[in-house]
Design a protein around this ligand. Structure first.
Ligand code: FMN
Length: 192
């Protein structure tokens, strides 16, 4: 293998594509309509109480719906749904009803009015508790008020069973991939 060249720069360039992210579908409901968009910039912020954050550009139609309703949903889908992620991430709810156009099947939400996707292996219902601008995104923080998951795709230890679900990873530039079950390792650690 050729010698690795490490670039060090104060110019970020395409730094956001330097590592994979898990692609999700974020949902919202307001003005009597449902909408969905793809989100790669998200994270859990707290386990207890459960809190998560998503970075949404203010020009997204979904941003308007979330700030009006003060609710959003986060849906994790398996790799079979990668084209749906791409479809909701390259169209706007200002022009089309994505649920109708892409035949998205919903499941019942319990604490909010946001659509939960029937095919999601895990999903959160969130109540918006903070909305701040950082650079070109808004950082929306949500209290997770209900979680949904498909019991049969989890191991007895509550980790994803990779024989049953392949998560969607996104590298940027329209490149998606999934995990290899053979690469999974269980490595013990001492918890301090
Ligand atoms: C894989 C993927 C990840 C994306 N991640 C984000 C993101 O983190 N934040 C964001 O604002 N837009 C993101 N987008 C773009 C939005 O999903 C896209 O602009 C969408 O069409 C907006 O829909 P809306 O206008 O109906 O809200 C992503 C798109 C794709 C395909």
């Amino acid at each position: 293998m050729a010698k690795a060249v490490r670039i060090t720069s104060e110019e970020p360039g395409a730094f956001f594509q330097h590592r994979p992210v898990v692609a999700t579908i974020v949902t919202a409901h307001a003005r009597g309509m449902d909408n969905a968009l793809a989100i790669g910039l998200h994270t859990l912020i707290s386990h207890n109480p459960p809190i998560c954050g998503i970075a949404v550009m203010p020009e997204r139609f979904t941003y308007e719906l979330i700030t009006e309703s003060k609710e959003f949903g986060v849906n994790f889908l398996s790799f079979e749904e990668v084209e749906l992620v791409c479809a909701v991430g390259s169209s706007t709810g200002r022009e089309i009803d994505k649920f109708q156009k892409f035949n998205i099947v919903k499941d019942k939400s319990v604490r909010t009015a946001v659509p939960i996707l029937k095919n999601a292996y895990a999903a959160y219902e969130c109540k918006l508790v903070d909305d701040r601008g950082y650079g070109n995104h808004r950082w929306l923080v949500g209290d997770i008020v209900a979680v949904h998951w498909l019991k049969e795709v989890y191991t007895p230890e509550n980790t994803l069973d990779l024989d049953k679900v392949s998560p969607i990873l996104f590298l940027g530039r329209n490149v998606y991939l999934t995990t290899s079950k053979d690469s999974a390792r269980s490595i013990g650690r001492i918890v301090h």
